[in-house]
Design a protein around this ligand. Structure first.
Ligand code: CU
Length: 109
């Protein structure tokens, strides 16, 4: 009797754990690129169509995120962020218009 109810609780906990992991997986669809020390990190990112990528500036000077003809952020101050949702597959090269040697790539598939 006691053992049976413990088993029932165990099964319920296992199901709750599975449901929680599915929610986490769904949230992982949206990703963040960190800007710090004149670098986009990760510099190259592979995402699925429909993914929203958010760039967050953690550097202590302003940066931008620009992909010719695709998207263009304003100058992002420290802790500012810029988000773009990729609705078409392709390779999106981007750079910082204030420091053109800062480059990155989003591969959307
Ligand atoms: Cu910059």
């Amino acid at each position: 009797m006691m053992l049976n109810s413990l088993r029932t609780i165990g099964v319920r906990l296992a199901m709750a754990a599975v449901m929680a992991s599915q929610i986490t997986a769904a949230r992982c669809e949206d990703v963040t690129v960190t800007i710090d020390n004149f670098t986009f990190s990760p510099a190259e990112l592979k995402v699925k169509v429909g993914t929203t990528v958010t760039w967050k500036n953690q550097d202590d000077i302003p940066h931008t995120v620009v992909s010719a003809g695709k998207f263009k952020s304003k100058a992002l101050d420290t802790d500012d962020s810029f988000a773009f949702t990729f609705t078409a597959a392709g390779d999106y090269k981007y750079f910082c218009s204030l420091h053109p040697h800062m480059t990155g790539m989003i591969k959307v598939e």
